[in-house]
Structure formats: structure tokens, C-alpha cells
Write a protein that binds this ligand. Structure first.
Ligand SMILES: Cc1ncc(COP(=O)(O)O)c(C=O)c1O
Length: 409
């Protein structure tokens, strides 16, 4: 059978969101300056779907830095991979600043978080090793596992006893040259709960393993200084390899891992997606440096983000919604219903109330459940929150049509 003909017959992982939903539920185009007020299909909407947590995307200082850096360096330089011709003082300076920010001795820039962490996992473990990860880990960790030559095992989400069983199992089967890598997330992006990092770090007293934490959503939003979930939970030192991406709080492209210099040296020579790919443009790196500097200098952005998250959650709970007990700014609203209800909620909010949210249904969440995820930003105002709460109040008859009692967790 022709390969392309076969593809057409394969069920899409996006299910009913695929063709009829294109441009609306999937691949929607939010237009206008980045921020809480954007346009969707020509209509003004209050946006709760972008991860620009600190409102950096609309920051005027940053825009000027971006423009000046682009004028000075263009978007082309440097050409080539870092290893060959693509390195610069700016890249190296950013790495030092990132390491300092997250309280680690050294850091390595990654072109993209997704490929970067895949390669990090791939290069760290070999066929003698054991890789153990949380079942709700992001796709990039799961794909990293697919590449890894090691034995892999999964533990139930945040189930420390389950992790311990896997560690015990690995220890029982270890050869003299076997090692163990445990991978989890700082913040689980769909539900907003934190990885049980402190408990995992405590297991190091009993088992010989290294811990890699993907803190995509925690970097910039958690900890007294924005250095992430490890700092928030008081165990940053116990994280052996800290991963952060610029795709959320930094509102840019790029990512990094921070760890000991000897591991960075190893990754520089072994992380294949970085060795065989063009490095980040200098203009972007200059912008990243300024963004990191501003994040460090403006803790009030993080305070405002949290103030908004708390107001939004309180309001949603007061009108009867089941807001999951998130420990990060991610605000997940769970209700009973079908995929159809999920799309109806999104459509009602967008068309009748000018509120843009994203929702997911089965198979991302269990059958019969609908999860609407709101991402607060520091740039949301009380007006945005009030308008959103009014809209959620107005759609209650639709949301709770088949539910006898609305819950408030
Ligand atoms: C938890 C998590 N890890 C990794 C990534 C991938 O990062 P990037 O967008 O930099 O490729 C994302 C999404 O951005 C994410 O949410």
C-alpha cells in the first residue's frame, strides 16, 4: 500500500478536533500584540491560553532590545552548530547567567526544549542503565525515553511508593556499571500540581540515582526568586540536572539544562540534537539575556501573576466550578462531560463572551471528563478577571446541564 494513502486512513490523534476544528480548536490564530487582549477571527478576546506568564512578550524595553539586536546581528548569525562555527560570547554569557539564576554551577543552552531534553536523556543513559519517569511526564520526556538505550520503567503520577518500588527493582538488577536516572517535572502543565521533588530527593538517601527535573512551567513563576519548583520546595540542591525552557516565562525560543560542569562538558560532546543543528541566533540570545535580567529585577511581575491566579481561582470556585488544587499558576477547571461539551464551552466563551480558553477531553483526560485550562499572566487586570467570571457564570447552565450538583474543590 502506498505510504501516503495509508496515512489518510490512520485515525488522527487529535480526533474530532482535526479537520472540522482546524483554525478554531486546533491551529487557531490569535492576532495583534501579545497579551491578554488579542483578536481571534476578527473579534476581541481576553486570552487565557498563552504561557507568557510574566507578560514579557508585550514589554516595551524588550521590544527595543529585540529590534536593536536584530539590527546589529540580523537573525542569521551565527551560522552552524555551536560545536563548529555557531558559538559566541553572548551564548556563553547567557549560560553563566542561567546557571547563576537557578543556583547551579554550570548550564548549557539548548536550541529547543523538546529536542534538547530528548537528547539529554538519550545521551545520559546507556544500555546498562535504568531510566525511571513519572507517568504524566511531558511528551519530550517520553520521546527521550524512546531514544534511550536503557531499560525504562514508569511510576504512577507522584506515587513515591511506586517510584521506590521501581528503584528497588533497578537496584536488585544493577550491574557494576549500571546507573539510574529518575525524570519528573517541576510543574505538571495540564493540572498545575508540582512534582514531589522533596520526597524524591529524600529517596537519594536510600538509592543511588540522579534526578532530572523538567521545570518548564516553574522556571520564572515559582520560588522566591523565580528559580523554579526546586527552590519553591526547598530542594533545588537535590536536583542533579535542572531543565528550563524559554517557551513560557521568558516568552522566547530556546531552553537550557543546568548542572555540574563535568556533565555539561559531556553533554556538549554528546547531545546530538545540539551538535548537529544550527545554534540559536545571537539576536535571540541577546534578547534572552535581557529577559532573564528583567525577570530577576522585577519580582513584582511574579507577585502580580500569583495575585491574578488566586483571584481567578477564588472567583471560579465561588460560582461553583471545580478548580483542581493547582500549586502553580496553571488553573485547571474540571467538569463532567463529553468532547462535544468541551468544544461547546470553548465556542460559547469565544463567540458569546469574548473569552479565549483552551480545553481538552478524552484521551488527554479520562473519558467523561472535560478540562478547561486557564493560564493567568501578570498582565491580566481585574477587568479581565471580572469579565471572565461573568462569562463562566453565564455558561453554567451549559456546563452543568448533565451534572446534578456542581462541585467546588
Ligand atoms: C513540560 C514541558 N517540557 C518541555 C517543553 C518543550 O519546550 P520547548 O517549547 O522549548 O521545545 C514544554 C513545552 O514548551 C513543556 O511544557
Amino acid at each position: 500500500m502506498d505510504l501516503f494513502d495509508k496515512l489518510v486512513e490512520r485515525p488522527s490523534p487529535l480526533g474530532p478536533f482535526t479537520s472540522e476544528g482546524y483554525g478554531y480548536y486546533t491551529f487557531p490564530k490569535l492576532e495583534g500584540p501579545l497579551g491578554p487582549d488579542m483578536k481571534f477571527n476578527g473579534k476581541d478576546v481576553v486570552v487565557w491560553s498563552i504561557n507568557d506568564y510574566l507578560g514579557i512578550g508585550a514589554n516595551e524595553t524588550i521590544k527595543k532590545v529585540d529590534a536593536d539586536a536584530a539590527a546589529k546581528y540580523s537573525f542569521s548569525a551565527p551560522m552552524g552548530a555551536r560545536l563548529m562555527t555557531g558559538n559566541s560570547d553572548e551564548h556563553e554569557a547567557l549560560e553563566k547567567e542561567l546557571a547563576d539564576f537557578v543556583h547551579k554551577p554550570d548550564a548549557l543552552l539548548l536550541n529547543y526544549g523538546y529536542q534538547g531534553i530528548m537528547s539529554v536523556i538519550h545521551s545520559l543513559v546507556d544500555r546498562n542503565d535504568f531510566l525511571i519517569y513519572d507517568e504524566l511526564s511531558h511528551a519530550c520526556i517520553v520521546d527521550g525515553k524512546q531514544l534511550a538505550m536503557s531499560e525504562t520503567a514508569v511510576f504512577k503520577h507522584n506515587d513515591i511508593e511506586g517510584l521506590e518500588r521501581q528503584l528497588q527493582r533497578a537496584v536488585n538488577r544493577m550491574k557494576p556499571n549500571s546507573s539510574i536516572l529518575v525524570v519528573t517535572e517541576g510543574v505538571f502543565g495540564m493540572t498545575g500540581d508540582l512534582g514531589k521533588l522533596k520526597e524524591i530527593v529524600a529517596l537519594k538517601e536510600k538509592y543511588p540515582f540522579r534526578l532530572l527535573v523538567d521545570d518548564a512551567h516553574g522556571f520564572g513563576t515559582l520560588g522566591h526568586d523565580g528559580s523554579g519548583a526546586g527552590t519553591e520546595l526547598g530542594c533545588q540542591d537535590g536536583i542533579d540536572i535542572y531543565f528550563g525552557t524559554f517557551a513560557k516565562s521568558v516568552a522566547l525560543i530556546g531552553a537550557f539544562v543546568a548542572t555540574e560542569p563535568r556533565v555539561i562538558e559531556f553533554l556538549k560532546a554528546n547531545a546530538r540534537s545540539q551538535i548537529f543543528a544550527k545554534s540559536l541566533p545571537i539576536a535571540l540570545v541577546v534578547s534572552a539575556r535581557e529577559r532573564i535580567k528583567l525577570i530577576r529585577e522585577n519580582p513584582q511581575w511574579r507577585d502580580k501573576l500569583w495575585e491574578n491566579a488566586k483571584k481567578l481561582r477564588k472567583g471560579l470556585r465561588e460560582i461553583g466550578y471545580n478548580v483542581l488544587p493547582s500549586e502553580s499558576p496553571v488553573t485547571p477547571v474540571l467538569t463532567e462531560g463529553s468532547t462535544e461539551l468541551c468544544t461547546t464551552i470553548m465556542r460559547e466563551l469565544r463567540e458569546k463572551h469574548g473569552i479565549f480558553v483552551s480545553g481538552v477531553a478524552y484521551p488527554v483526560v479520562p473519558k467523561g471528563m472535560v478540562l478547561i485550562r486557564l493560564i493567568p499572566m501578570a498582565t491580566h487586570t481585574d477587568k479581565h478577571i471580572d469579565k471572565t467570571l461573568k462569562a463562566f457564570e453565564a455558561i453554567k447552565p451549559i456546563v452543568f446541564k448533565d451534572v446534578n450538583v456542581s462541585k467546588s474543590a
